[in-house]
Design a protein around this ligand. Structure first.
Ligand code: ARG
Length: 422
């Protein structure tokens, strides 16, 4: 019997050709596994295409809820943004996909897994490092990296094999999308000077005409309700994305540092993830004690780097997650999101409307009106400040007095520095 291989199948040209190639050139029985991570699609057509390409098994695994619960919720608690901006749309989906590839490999007794990534991107790193972390015994094959076919040759190969591919559609872009957002590469976007054409946007196409606001409820750092109505996390993500996306909120245009050393121009649409991170960070601003907040902010970029670099299943990611979880125990409360009316350019095309936090409240809020107010009811002990500030600045004052070059020139304080010992 031929060895079996589990292929991460997207239904596109490359992975469809990969099914045929792995069978013909490498002699494998191919099991095609597609993961539903909230990207939507025609799953029946996808399964039919995998079979037409010669897969012995083809299946779609619905991992949307698992993805939201076990991958997106931790990333949200960590406010995970690569290079301070990108909410890790593709990076977060790869480990959940790999988890299911490995499960399928065990179930079907496969000896290897395969993916359709090229040699230039981050996704190969994520697929392979995640697979090695979960199943060090499995071989990994990357057909697209080794077959040396151009896109035209792939199209011909697919035609010769009778694989139904929608080449007529011919989108100039390479798209990867899931519940957390959408990544758009290639085509005119490869010129970092060129503005992204309006037609690259789907999740943030501007359709809203009126201002609106809504409330997101969080429990321990995770959204649990929208407008007071309890909902599952995946549904909240979808609904928040639809609402703020219609104002054109969530667009990113950046040149990013890939793990493999390439700078690449990336356009993203991340309405849900960026709105939820904005809301979550805001709720943290009232519920986290200062030192905890600052230490958390120091760890957040480290966490994002680990996810970006394919280290989801590392002990360090898991340990930082434990910190993030503990830090979020009191991040419970409500955030009010305000969406302002989109504008119009002179040529009539719409411009995004501002989306921001209008207010926040929490049973654990550390905001104390009577301490903060400059008006009636002030409970702050003003007399405490004088001595506090004097001691806070004492070291610098001493240093400044000595820095003049003469030790005898004077002391920082006649009544403290010269009197007795510390
Ligand atoms: N640059 C982003 C990342 O590395 C997006 C990758 C998109 N992947 C794709 N196959 N188009 O996370």
């Amino acid at each position: 019997m031929a060895d079996r291989i589990v292929l991460a199948y997207s239904g596109g040209l490359d992975t469809s050709v990969a099914v045929a190639w792995l069978r013909q050139k490498m002699g494998y029985e191919v099991i095609a596994v597609a993961a539903d991570v909230g990207q939507g699609g025609d799953w029946d057509a996808l399964i039919a295409r995998a079979r037409a390409a010669g897969a012995v098994e083809a299946m779609v695994v619905d991992c949307t809820d698992e993805y939201a619960r076990d991958f997106l919720a931790p990333a949200l608690r960590a406010n995970a943004l690569y290079e301070g901006r990108y909410p890790l749309v593709s990076a977060l989906s790869r480990p959940v996909i790999v988890k299911h590839l490995v499960e399928a490999a065990r179930r079907f007794g496969a000896v290897a897994v395969a993916h359709g990534c090229t040699g230039k991107g981050n996704d190969q790193v994520r697929f392979e490092v995640s697979t090695a972390s979960l199943a060090p015994d499995l071989d990994i094959i990357a057909p697209v990296r080794s077959w040396g076919m151009t896109r035209e040759q792939c199209v011909d190969y697919a035609a010769a094999e009778g694989i139904p591919i929608e080449t007529s559609k011919g989108s100039p872009y390479s798209i990867d999308d899931n519940l957390w957002g959408r990544a758009i590469e290639c085509g005119v976007l490869e010129d970092p000077w060129a503005s992204p054409p309006e037609d690259v946007y789907e999740l943030t196409a501007i359709t809203a005409t009126e201002p609106t606001e809504f409330v997101i409820s969080f429990e321990e750092g995770v959204p649990v309700a929208l407008g007071g109505v309890p909902m599952g996390l995946a549904d909240i993500i979808g609904e928040v994305g639809a609402r703020v996306g219609s104002y054109g909120f969530g667009r990113l245009d950046m040149v990013e540092n890939r793990r493999v050393g390439i700078k690449s121009r990336e356009v993203y649409e991340c309405p849900a993830s960026l709105a939820l991170i904005m809301a979550h960070r805001d709720l943290e601003s009232v519920t986290l004690e200062r030192d905890l907040a600052h230490e958390k902010m120091r760890l957040e970029p480290r966490y994002a780097d680990l996810v970006y670099d394919g280290q989801w299943f590392s002990p360090l990611r898991s340990a930082i997650d434990a910190f993030m979880g503990d830090a979020n125990r009191r991040v419970t409360g409500e955030v009010r999101i305000v969406c302002e009316r989109p504008g119009t350019r002179p040529d009539g095309t719409p411009t995004p409307g501002n989306v921001s936090v209008g207010g926040r409240r929490s049973p654990y809020s550390l905001y104390d009106h009577d301490l903060a107010t400059y008006g009636e009811g002030d409970s702050f002990r003003h007399e405490d400040s004088e001595g506090f500030v004097r001691l806070w600045g004492l070291g610098l004052k001493t240093w400044a007095a000595r820095a003049e070059g003469s030790a005898s020139k004077g002391s920082a304080s006649k009544d403290s520095a010269s009197k007795g010992s510390a």
